[in-house]
Design a protein around this ligand. Structure first.
Ligand code: MN
Length: 244
């Protein structure tokens, strides 16, 4: 062999390792993303608009609906590429929770859950609604409807210590200046500590994990050229445009 080979982080890697996706942190630094967990049907009005039954009380909640997106679905650019294989790209505005500490599977008591949180932001759980409807009709998984490239635009993370009164803050999404989704986080079926407690029954949680907490009613289609502005009242904003 002649010439020089660029040094690799791991000399035995057969190919260059992919970059770790990262979110900016308010006040400086970046947050490397490990996994993206998502919660489905976590606002009763959205569950109903999707044709699902909404629980009438906490006692009737059952277990949360979880799914995942790949870490590199996180998107922090201004123009979100319109994805292939859909003609019904939907917005779902969501609270995003970032974890700063680990918890072994099955060992996270509810009371300890808040201490895991690094910070919060607002994000979009972009969804190929046509593929999701087809999957639901056949009893198939949602992966192609949910876990595609650029499907998790997210804003700057705000450290938890700078956020108070989270449970009563408003989540809002405007598209081309018009309000499409607006709800108080007090309407969440499962709140943040409850979701982390439930997730920990299924997975070892790690620093670097994100949780998209579910969307309120008002989900609808985004068209190429649409401008969006999402906000978590008084905490974080996210704006951009849908590309062609
Ligand atoms: Mn969602």
């Amino acid at each position: 062999m002649t010439g020089t080979t660029p040094p690799r982080a791991h000399a035995t890697d057969a190919i260059p390792a992919a970059d770790t996706p990262r979110l900016a942190v308010r006040g400086g630094g970046r947050f490397p993303v490990r996994r993206i967990y998502c919660v489905g049907r976590n606002f009763a009005d959205h569950a109903r608009e999707m044709g699902a039954t909404a629980p009438a009380s906490k006692a009737e909640r059952g277990t949360p609906v979880f799914f995942m997106k790949p870490a590199d679905a996180v998107f922090t650019g201004e123009v979100v590429p319109y994805p292939p294989a859909t003609s019904d790209l939907h917005h779902e505005v969501e609270l995003v929770v970032a974890l700063g500490h680990d918890a072994p599977a099955g060992e996270l008591p509810l009371a300890r859950a808040p201490a895991l949180v690094f910070g919060y932001t607002v994000g979009l759980d972009l969804t190929r609604r046509d593929l999701q409807a087809a999957a639901k009709a056949k009893g198939l998984p949602w992966d192609t409807a949910k876990g595609f490239d650029h499907s998790a635009p997210a804003g700057e993370l705000v450290p938890a210590a700078e956020v108070d009164g989270l449970d009563s803050r408003m989540l809002e999404l405007r598209v081309n200046g018009q309000v499409r989704q607006r709800a108080s986080l007090s309407e969440l079926v499962w709140n943040v500590p409850e979701i982390l407690h439930e997730l920990s029954k299924l997975y070892a949680l790690r620093a670097g994990d994100l949780v998209f907490m579910g969307t309120p009613a008002g989900v609808a289609a985004l068209q190429p050229g649409d401008r969006f502005e999402a906000s978590l009242e008084g905490v974080a904003t996210l704006h951009g445009r849908i590309g062609g």
